[in-house]
Ligand binder design. Sequence first.
Ligand code: 2P0
Length: 359
Amino acid sequence: MIEKDFIPKPYTNSIENGSVTWSSPSNIALVKYWGKKAHQIPENPSISFTLNNCKTITNLSFTTKEKEGKFSFEVYLDGEKKDDFKPKIETFFNRVELYVPFLRNYHFKIETSNTFPHSSGIASSASGMSALALCLMSIEKELKGDILEVDFIKKASFLARLGSGSACRSLEGDIVVWGSHDKINGSSNLFGVKYPYTVHQNFKNYQDTILLVDKGEKQVSSTVGHNLMHGHPFAQERFKQADKNLSDCITILKDGDLDKFTALVESEALTLHAMMMTSMPYFILMKPNTLEIINKIWAFRNKTNSKVCFTLDAGANVHVLYPESESMRVLEFIKNELVAYCQNGQYICDVIGLGANKL
Ligand code: 2P0
């Protein structure tokens, strides 16, 4: 498919006003997206676990405008007007207007809330942009009369990507690939696809406990970080490595090899941060406690043969990943040895999930 295929034919129905609500989760990448071309096209493919508990719930209500023209909207977080969310949504609406031309016919009210604490450093752009994209698709579905489920999800993911790259991986579960890769059937740079191959039982209900190390605003946004991959001395090797790591994931996911999974996932996390540290200008998003936690996890693994491992997002928080069979002892370990490094002792227990829901 190409971009043009997402431009709809003239709508057959007309609707005065209405309201739709979607709940959409966050996701955590195993092979990371870091670096993009124009129009939110990733430099390398990525793969992620969809989360279950860290979600955004968005209600989008719309009323016909007296005069068609430019789109207009207002946005609320937990019932409070949030004008500082407007620029990102404005950019998103500008990018998607061609594909959802009804945008200019309505005034929108976006009411959103997250299940995770605000400013927890958990990326709300993936859950937030995917929830909003799904709401837009529900409106388009009404205007068209109907749309096939598969086309609905594909276009919602396509739109979500234009809001925030990683958001296109949040619609479905439990594992999603975004970015074209010659070994993954159906994979595309334009939208995320459900991972199409066999996944070993070991990964069923895989656990992700997110340790909140630093809840402050990041010094460097992901968008800026992605852009620093242009002209980065190691960029081309990194993109090749991600491609190979995704190939390796296919075997690891099939065999359920948790040692190889650990090596791949931890290397990806540290490589992501190495790219940040070797950008120009360079920057560091990890905090001292991020490293304390990583060292504790390594020591625990050496001592106990546990399969617990970590990954990182573009921030200081640590995602602790482990099989469901180890839940009790890893949680015990987290409480005894890791919580001390979390800001206000905060952490969030999550698990691999199945994707977004219409409410
Ligand atoms: C990922 N991250 O694969 C990578 C790893 C963070 C670390 O995608 O500019 O919010 O909106 O496309 O998707 C975060 O970047 O950036 C991200 P934009 P996005 O999850």
